[in-house]
Design a protein around this ligand. Structure first.
Ligand code: SF4
Ligand code: SF3
Length: 541
């Protein structure tokens, strides 16, 4: 076995990628990512052992979240960039030791490596399989993946200038705890829930950051057709990158289209003033190889998910920023004021043909918590009269697996008195089906990106209050979540920590959950795997 990774839903055979990632990750990238995580554990050891006040170590906090984010599925395939990041983390770790003293003895806090080869060799000793007990390994990885998702949301908030020091503090604490061999499985289950609680905080932080800067999302119809100008496609989740791109393309004759998880940007009032923000092109991330081809113009990745481009012609049009990276693709870094120079992308766009139309029409979204609260009377009335019998939270991710057709079929077969609450790229499985409305309320309500799953938790709490229920699980809300990468893991953990029970996830259970850990989550939280559409329809209704 040359590598081992089982962090995402597409992991080979449902158990682990051992030769090459299904995502395209090579042994080298997998190992460098393992070592980056291990280096972060060393930093955490130093911070925790020395009781360092996190408000004094801003640079380390930011490197921590950026590094965790770098290891998320489909974010970074650039080995040189990851190796550089490892060296930077080790330098920060050693500077902390010099400044704060009290060096802990754990290997993660003292090991040294110089070259990429040494890094790869060291990684062989410290990867996922270094923990022999499969249940402890499972819980440690569950927490690690939750932290990765949390880091992504925290970084987007940071880009807007918003931070919550408690989140950093928790991350160091959790990374140090998962290095601690004295912790039992029960201790780690407790830490899973604590991670979920902090996940709620990270989504709340990002929600606050996004809405304070860009306004509360409002109901919006988004064009899915094209115009005749040359254009740039922006993908990922970072709204500050979109803002800078729109500012820099203003008046240049270059249009901007969103892709995949950037679609919800259209819902924010702030972006409506840009008349060159034309619409959303294409679908979820996994369709990018064909959609990038017909888009014709350059593509900017602000976060995952990158699919390694098979054609050189497409690779040449890809730019990355933030935690993303791909070998040979220009990576745009901000100056000390946070300004990113997107002029190479704009210049490239001007020389390329306009996008080829692949769809036409509009899709509707913008149902984040504030907008839903404005419709509260209408929704409560519809529940009371029985016009709406049930809500189905179908947030999460989309992916390549054929079995994900389940979600389209499930949406189609849901009775007409049910409403789908969605967020994340999972929506592309049913947001163009034309499922109609119930007295003016669309049957698919899109709150936004995966982090906006937070909105559905807020809405559920509000409904619990309105209907004066003792238990949130007494609401007519079912959860049928599609997961793919580690942001969905933190969303799931957050829901569990909030007390939501009987959540169904699919298309498969996480490969990183060992049989015993599966038993615990089934027992404690009623977590279940989605079955066939027919079986689940019977069960839910
Ligand atoms: Fe495999 Fe997923 Fe890991 Fe990629 S991220 S190597 S597909 S488990
Ligand atoms: Fe999608 Fe990658 Fe998870 Fe943000 S963009 S939800 S998969």
């Amino acid at each position: 076995m040359s590598m081992f990774c089982y962090q995402c839903q597409e992991t080979a055979m449902g158990t682990g990628c051992t030769v090459r990632g299904v995502c395209g990750k090579t042994e080298e990238i997998a190992k460098l990512q393992d070592l980056l995580i291990y280096s972060l554990k060393g930093v955490a050891e130093v911070v925790v052992a020395n009781k360092i006040d996190v408000s004094e170590i801003g640079e380390v906090n930011h490197a921590l979240i950026n590094s965790l984010f770098t290891t998320i599925t489909n974010a970074n395939f650039d080995g040189d960039a990851i190796a550089k990041q490892i060296s930077a983390i080790l330098e920060l770790r050693d500077n902390l030791k010099k400044k704060y003293g009290n060096v802990p003895v754990k290997d993660s806090a003292v090991f040294t490596v110089e070259t990429k080869e040494e890094m790869i060799q060291k990684a062989g000793e410290v990867g996922v399989l270094a923990t022999e007990n499969e249940d402890i390994r499972s819980l440690r990885q569950f927490i690690t993946y939750g932290l990765k998702g949390m880091a992504a949301y925290t970084e987007h908030a940071l880009n807007i200038g918003k931070e919550n020091l408690e989140i950093y503090k928790f991350m160091y604490h959790a990374l140090a705890e998962i290095e601690d061999d004295s912790l039992t499985a029960d201790d780690l289950v407790k830490l899973v829930l604590e991670t979920g609680e902090m996940g709620v905080q990270s989504m709340a932080l990002l929600d606050g950051a996004n809405t304070s800067k860009y306004g509360n999302p409002v109901i919006t119809k988004v064009n899915i057709g094209v115009r005749s100008n040359p254009a740039i496609l922006i993908s990922g989740h970072d709204l500050t990158d979109l803002e800078q791109l729109l500012e820099q393309t203003k008046g240049t004759g270059v249009d901007v289209y969103t892709h995949s998880e950037m679609l919800p940007a259209h819902y924010y009032p702030y972006f409506k003033k840009y008349d060159n923000l034309v619409g959303n092109y294409g679908n979820a991330w996994w369709k990018q190889l064909t959609e990038f081809e017909s888009f014709n113009g350059p593509i900017l990745f602000t976060t995952n998910c990158i699919v390694p481009p098979r054609k050189e012609e497409i690779r040449e049009r890809i730019f990355t920023t933030n935690a993303t990276g791909y070998p040979g693709c220009p990576h745009i870094v901000p100056d000390e004021k946070g300004y990113k120079d997107f002029s190479p992308i704009i210049e490239m766009a001007k020389k390329l043909p306009a996008p080829t139309q692949i769809e036409e029409g509009e899709i509707i979204g913008g149902f984040a918590h504030n907008q839903v609260f404005e419709l509260a009377d209408q929704i409560v009335e519809a529940i009371k009269t029985g016009a709406i019998k049930k809500f189905f939270v179908m947030s999460g991710c989309d992916g390549r697996m054929k079995s994900r057709e389940y979600y389209t079929e499930f949406a189609k077969q849901l009775p007409k008195d049910t409403v789908i609450l969605t967020s994340g790229c999972a929506k592309y499985r049913y947001n163009k089906l034309g499922l109609g409305d119930i007295g003016g309320i669309p049957r698919v309500l899109d709150a936004g990106q995966c982090n906006d799953s937070y909105s559905w938790a807020v809405v559920a709490l509000k409904l619990k209050e309105i209907f004066e229920l003792a238990d949130i699980n007494d609401l007519p809300i079912e959860f049928n979540i599609a997961w793919y990468e580690q942001k969905a893991v933190i969303v799931l953990m957050a829901l569990l920590s909030m007390g939501f029970k009987n959540i169904h996830i699919g298309p498969t259970l996480p490969g990183f959950l060992s049989p015993n850990v599966v038993d615990v989550v089934v027992d404690k939280f009623g977590l279940a795997k989605s079955q066939t559409v027919e079986e689940d329809m019977k069960l839910f209704l």
